[in-house]
Ligand binder design. Structure first.
Ligand SMILES: Nc1nc2c(ncn2[C@@H]2O[C@@H]3COP(=O)(O)O[C@H]3[C@H]2O)c(=O)[nH]1
Ligand SMILES: [Zn+2]
Length: 925
């Protein structure tokens, strides 16, 4: 029998009973065994005797404002004697005695250098005791998102009511004290859970439950045991099994404890296998569980519903592990299973899963687990194996990151754009609206790529093919029989120039600029011969194309625009050196896509089609309405008599070209603009992810909006034509009582200002990324050659096969050999240095024109403001405007440096010997 307040030597925690049902009784908790013991003086038949009951089912039931803990005790012996419930005591806490599971006990393993722990440790305690602010500790050690959940309702109404009804308050419990005299528990067990709840300053059931989970996790970690917590129906304690006290755990044991009337079944399982590994995965605990209670985890423990009818009450205590389905259930089991699996992986083996594949994440994780396993078991892990596996993990993570970024950033870029437009530079609302409406579309359908063949830019095969095809470029097209008009040929001599004037060609060719540009380009790249394009079909196709473009009499979207885009694309191919790395099919697809990309344009925008519910909008479900129509018309046209320019192609070529053309034309939908730019940006940060088709789409998109980067007279002409078309749409919208689209109201639109916005927010970023892409590809090309050389011709040919010098010298040989055969082709692009120079030059030139155009618009903007000019008046009624002289370029060939000046000396970027004579291109009869 224990004296009042006495600490029995076997009992490290003592809670004295108060006014128990049967008078004096004491409930003690044996710190070593974790058992509650109840000793009582029982009065029976006039006799008083001491009863020592092992309370196999004792748990904190309730506390009240008096600091009373109500224990629910029902020992087997008591049950057998019909005394169940007998020990439901109200026991005043004796504050002079230690009652709490204090964090400094060894089992809890809170490192003393844990910052949260240090901050929470009371400083005012005596040298023998220390107080610990658990709540603060928990708050600090919670993950941020868990912390943020704390603002959310945590406890269901019914639970809150219950808590409110009870008179419990945090102040009613004594501060947790740990007597350093007390024997330290060898390891925490379920009793620590009960103790923690008894002593913890938790104010809500959720806090307690959280604490519970913390302790359960601690047990998991320290004993490598699996501890599961199962909420049960309140007060139902019958499922208890005994013997939870054996430490270390050798078999599965469970016990029920209660928190605020909610019972939890605590099950502890011995470790699945002896390993020093701790669970590396600490799951997020969502204390805000608002959904229905499902099996999930509580920290490192499993919490499952076991009693129907408890759902509502328990639902707000539910804890889930986030939304990873595979992690649902018991995380420790998952962990063990994964560790087990990792042992079967040979860490030295090179047969890794391709980092870009989805399975790679899993594979990398297993490898990392394998490494940890080796470290845990003190097995020597060679540094190179460690490095090999870590590098692999890095590549997998980075691959995934790129994927995620490109997926996520499409939208975030639009947000960024929106923020940008709202930022320092004042962008007039209408221009902002137009930019956002026209160039972004979060709902846009992201067309899935034909992923069977990722069109990597580094296809050595293609590079070699390119070398051969360059050879063919200037081979005479003997199959052509008719000459083009000499004046047209003369104009087309400048067809590789950035400054090429397509309006001139239109004029000299009697309105056939599109036909001649297309024919010229197909002949130039020897595609007529290669794809057996019937001459007759080609001419009639061209003829019908031009007709299609003229169907709606558009001032801007007409065959001249198509010719301009095709010619500009040709410049880009040459300037970037891309022409060497694209296959015949790709070149054909690009040129043809450029030529057809606006076929049968209606002179109105996609938004107009959607708003007017046009037939095309119905046909294409409001998605890239015009672009779908353009490419569809192009292929339908080929079905007509004598128009099938692709009839000579084999099926594979046809399918490849068709798919590429569809991709490219759809990519000219301006609502894809921001997404496209952003994706390219991400791809460039990891060049190995850059797909050829993406590069091709960007090129055609850039060519489509090229004119602000061309000389002022061209850009100004295009702008004038465009606004006429815009204003005509605005007039129709006005007639139809529809809201007038941005930049389409001839009475309010300030053209100059809108063009400055277009250059700043659309053109400049697009051309920046375009030139970055060129640079990237140019660098990579050399890399490919070195790779090719390593595995091919270079090996052993000369010098030391493995030496860097030998490899790069051999690579140069390969380059030279490839291009020396086609000496008639421009010397400017026969090696990497020249390609870089040409690209650099192109960038400077584009940006110089862009800057010049911006300045002109700024000047015009002032005039517009001064004279209050809107819409077309900006062109027709503005006072005389003399533009500044065009920038000129002094090019330093060695490093590609281009400086701009106002001197009239323009160094032509035309490649000298790429001339066309009347034998090269022929006109049909
Ligand atoms: N505001 C503005 N829009 C342009 C300019 N140039 C081209 N665009 C738009 O960009 C679009 C590109 O695709 P389209 O050729 O179909 O139609 C074009 C126009 O809608 C320009 O100079 N200013
Ligand atoms: Zn266009």
């Amino acid at each position: 029998m224990f004296a009042h307040g006495e600490c029995h030597q076997d009992l490290n925690y003592l809670v004295r009973s108060g006014n128990g049902q049967n008078g004096n009784s004491q409930v003690c908790l044996d710190k070593v065994t974790g058992r509650f013991l109840c000793t009582e003086l029982i009065h029976q038949n006039g006799l008083q005797r001491e009863s020592k009951a092992r309370l196999t089912n004792a748990a904190v039931h309730r506390t009240n404002s008096d600091g009373i803990l109500q224990l629910n005790c029902s020992s087997k012996r008591q049950k057998s004697r019909g005394l169940q419930g007998f020990c439901r005591k109200k026991i005043p806490l004796d504050t002079s005695l230690s009652t709490g599971a204090v964090p400094s006990s060894p089992g809890l393993q809170i490192p003393s250098n844990n910052r949260s722990y240090r901050q929470c440790k009371g400083t005012g305690s005596t040298h023998k005791t220390q107080t610990f602010d658990w709540r603060r500790f928990l708050r600090k050690s919670r993950a941020p998102n868990e912390e943020s959940n704390r603002g959310q309702p945590l406890v269901s109404d019914s639970l809150k009511d219950r808590n409110q009804n009870s008179t419990w308050s945090p102040d009613s419990l004594p501060a947790i004290k740990h007597s350093s005299n007390c024997v330290r528990r060898p390891s925490p067990s379920v009793k620590s859970i009960a103790h923690t709840i008894m002593s913890e300053e938790a104010t809500s059931a959720s806090d307690k439950k959280y604490q519970l989970s913390q302790d359960a996790r601690t047990i998991n970690q320290t004993q490598n045991a699996r501890t599961t917590l199962t909420p049960l129906a309140a007060v139902s304690c019958k499922e208890t099994t005994s013997k939870i006290d054996s430490i270390p755990l050798t078999k599965k044991v469970s016990r029920v404890i209660q928190v605020d009337g909610v019972s939890y079944k605590v099950t502890m399982e011995p470790p699945a296998r002896t390993s020093k590994r701790q669970s590396p995965v600490i799951k997020k605990i969502n204390l805000n569980g608002t959904g229905p209670l499902e099996n999930g985890t509580l920290g490192g423990s499993t919490c499952s519903r076991s009693a129907s009818g408890q759902v509502d009450r328990l639902s707000n205590l539910s804890v889930s592990v986030g939304n990873t389905p595979s992690l649902r259930g018991d995380p420790t089991a998952w962990d063990n299973e994964r560790n087990e699996k990792s042992t079967s992986i040979d860490l030295c083996a090179n047969d890794v899963v391709d980092p870009k594949l989805d399975d790679a994440l899993d594979h990398a994780a297993l490898r990392l687990r394998g490494l940890i396993g080796q470290l845990d078991s003190d097995q020597a892990c060679p540094a190179d194996v460690l490095r090999h596996n870590l590098e692999y993990a890095i590549s997998v993570l980075e691959s995934r990151h790129i994927k995620d970024v490109s997926r996520a950033e499409t939208n975030s870029f639009e947000d960024e754009m929106s923020t940008h437009l709202n930022g320092e530079t004042p962008v007039p609302p209408e221009i902002k609206r137009w930019l956002l409406q026209t160039f972004s579309n979060s709902k846009a359908d992201v067309r899935s790529k034909r992923d069977t063949e990722k069109r990597s830019l580094r296809s050595v095969v293609h590079a070699v093919q390119a070398g051969m095809f360059v050879e063919r470029i200037f081979r005479k097209n003997v199959e052509s029989t008719n000459n083009l008009p000499p004046v047209v040929i003369e104009k087309l001599k400048l067809g590789d120039e950035w400054t090429f004037d397509v309006f001139d060609l239109e004029e000299v060719s009697d309105g056939n600029s599109l036909k001649y540009v297309y024919f010229h380009l197909l002949s130039k790249y020897d595609l007529i011969r290669k794809f057996k394009i019937p001459q007759k079909s080609l001419w009639s196709y061209c003829h019908k194309l031009q007709q299609g473009y003229r169907r709606h009499n558009n001032r801007y979207h007409n065959p001249i625009h198509a010719a301009d885009v095709a010619q500009t694309l040709n410049c880009m191919l040459i300037q970037s050196g891309f022409v060497h790395w694209l296959s015949d099919q790709e070149i054909f697809s690009m040129i043809t896509a450029a030529v057809v990309h606006d076929l049968e344009h209606t002179g109105t925008t996609n938004n107009f089609h959607t708003n007017t519910r046009s037939n095309l909008a119905q046909l294409y479900n409001d998605r890239s309405v015009l672009e779908n129509h353009h490419i569809s018309s192009a292929f339908r046209l080929m079905q007509e008599d004598d128009c099938n320019i692709m009839s000579g192609m084999n099926t594979d070529d046809y399918q490849e070209c068709r798919a590429l053309m569809i991709d490219m034309v759809l990519a000219t939908d301006m609502s894809q603009h921001f997404g496209q730019i952003q994706k390219m940006k991400s791809a460039l940060s990891h060049p190995e992810t850059l797909e050829k088709s993406r590069a091709m789409c960007l090129m055609i998109h850039s060519a489509d909006i090229n004119h602000p980067s061309k000389p002022w007279h061209l850009h100004h002409k295009w702008t004038e034509r465009l606004v006429v078309e815009f204003f005509e749409q605005g007039d129709r919208e006005r007639e139809l009582n529809l809201p007038i689209s941005p930049l389409c109201d001839r009475h309010t639109t300030m053209v100059a200002q809108s063009q400055i916005g277009f250059i700043d927010y659309v053109i400049e970023p697009t051309f920046n990324i375009l030139f970055d892409m060129y640079k990237n590809v140019n660098g990579q090309v050399i890399h490919d050659h070195i790779l090719a050389t390593r595995s091919g011709s270079a090996s052993g040919s000369r010098g030391q096969p493995g030496s860097t010098a030998a490899r790069s010298s051999a690579a140069d040989d390969v380059l030279k050999r490839r291009f020396s055969d086609c000496s008639s082709y421009s010397s400017a692009i026969t090696n990497r240095a020249e390609i870089l120079r040409s690209t650099n030059e192109g960038r400077k030139r584009c940006f110089a024109y862009m800057e010049h155009n911006r300045t002109q618009w700024q000047r015009k903007n002032e005039i517009e403001r001064e004279h209050n000019l809107f819409g077309n008046d900006s062109f027709t009624k503005a006072p005389q405007f003399t533009p500044d002289p065009l920038p000129t370029f002094n090019i330093t060939p060695s490093n590609g440096t281009v400086t701009t000046s106002q001197q009239p000396t323009v160094t032509s970027q035309t490649t000298k010997d790429r001339t066309i004579d009347s034998n090269d291109v022929m006109e049909p009869t």
